[in-house]
Design a protein around this ligand. Structure first.
Ligand SMILES: NC(=O)c1ccc[n+]([C@@H]2O[C@H](COP(=O)([O-])OP(=O)(O)OC[C@H]3O[C@@H](n4cnc5c(N)ncnc54)[C@H](O)[C@@H]3O)[C@@H](O)[C@H]2O)c1
Length: 287
């Protein structure tokens, strides 16, 4: 009898890829999976492993350029294109997702960022202001658009969870992060302000995760990425957090184990944000 119980537990784990089913029955939308390096890609795999059902979304261009079809197949997920800056497209996305998943949502991942100024290597004291507004819209204001659209359509269940990704350059200067720093400051502020509104109205939580430098298309596009990746690695008592570890954290925030966490900017950086200087960095300055 005991052997049978153990065997059935093992089979169940294998079937679910060794997950713990902490998202069983939960439905969501995941923004921002471009290729297998993307943080959103890892979150999708992990959420699937934990029993969630979800829709994947990205811009029509990214859907053509990236490899999202492979991910959709692995996660048995539908892909619905949307540009996160276009409210009409978000309305279609939320309506069609609720329909496709057969009910309201429990989680949304906003894993979106882009700066035309960074992409075109404009120095911070010679920004193109049309580009700057685009950076703010895509990487910051878009979170408001996602939240407002979801709230108006009443698309998220009570105790649902919205998680956005951010970077510490919103609060400290990292020169090459350029106008993305302002976009992330906007994003983190929206987390607090909308988190209050959505919490009061519908008991929906809103948080951001401030992630370590991670080698992805967006991450490695920032000038000097390798240097500040190495620097952060040496400054963090636990080392940099990987994309997979970020996915674990996201999944915990989508789960029912974090129901009273809201309006927070949560550092997921191996301790980097609270380290003044590490012994390793000290050593590198000794003669
Ligand atoms: N990589 C890092 O070092 C790092 C560190 C901290 C935070 N982040 C944040 O993590 C998130 C995910 O980035 P990533 O590192 O996985 O890189 P990524 O390039 O894989 O993901 C960025 C995604 O944003 C999407 N996107 C861009 N413009 C869009 C638009 N108008 N509408 C919809 N989607 C759009 C892209 O297609 C892409 O899928 C971003 O918010 C990024 O700022 C990254």
């Amino acid at each position: 009898m005991v052997i049978l119980t153990v065997l059935s537990y093992i089979c169940h784990k294998i079937e679910r890829n060794m997950g713990n089913n902490i998202l069983k029955g939960k439905k969501g939308i995941i923004f921002g999976a471009l290729d297998e390096k993307s943080i959103a890609w890892k979150v999708a795999l992990k959420a699937h492993e934990e029993g969630a059902e979800f829709v994947l979304t990205n811009t029509a261009l990214a859907l053509r350029m990236g490899t999202i079809n492979q991910l959709a197949e692995a996660c048995n997920a539908k892909i619905i294109p949307s540009d996160v800056t276009v409210v009409e497209e978000l309305e279609t996305l939320f309506n069609e997702s609720v329909q496709a998943l057969g009910g309201k949502l429990d989680f949304v991942l906003h894993s979106v960022g882009m700066s035309p100024n960074v992409r075109k290597k404009r120095p911070y004291d010679d920004l193109n202001y049309d580009f700057f507004l685009k950076t703010l819209d895509i990487s910051g204001v878009s979170l408001h658009k996602v939240l407002q659209t979801a709230m108006k359509l009443d698309a998220i269940n009570e105790w649902g969870s919205v998680v956005a990704l951010t970077y510490i350059a919103s609060q400290r200067v990292f020169p090459d992060y350029s106008d993305m720093a302002q976009a992330k400051a906007v994003l983190e502020s929206i987390v607090r302000s909308f988190g209050y509104q959505y919490g009061m109205a519908k008991k929906v939580r809103v948080n951001s995760i401030s992630q370590s430098p991670t080698n992805t298309t967006a991450g490695s596009g920032v000038g000097g990425f390798d240097a500040f990746y190495q620097f952060a690695e040496k400054m963090s008592p636990l080392g940099n957090a990987s994309a997979e570890e970020c996915a674990d954290y996201c999944v915990s925030l989508f789960s029912d184990y974090t129901r009273k966490v809201t309006m927070q900017n949560l550092f997921h950086d191996g301790g980097y944000s609270f380290t003044g200087i590490s012994s390793e960095i000290m050593e590198s300055f000794k003669g």
